[in-house]
Design a protein around this ligand. Structure first.
Ligand code: ZN
Length: 72
């Protein structure tokens, strides 16, 4: 680990950390089902993006269940 060369003041730390705050998550509404959805990603609930179905949600759910069938 590096050794600090000089003492950094409270003000310096504050100025550096002024950019570290977390921003609230941004959601947009799905154009197909109206549920809150992350922008630039296909909808989690219906698999639509840009007015088209890009992910078959039912098939994915079935696959997931199959995968976890043997476990637990
Ligand atoms: Zn949707």
């Amino acid at each position: 680990m590096g050794v600090p060369r000089a003492h950094s003041t409270r003000g310096q730390k504050g100025r550096r950390r002024s950019h570290l705050a977390m921003k609230p998550m941004v959601f947009s509404k799905c154009s197909h089902c109206g549920k809150p959805q992350m922008p630039h990603l296909a909808c989690k609930f219906c698999g639509y993006y840009g007015g088209k179905e890009v992910v078959n949600v039912l098939a994915r759910e079935l696959k997931r269940k199959e995968k976890h069938h043997g476990k637990k």
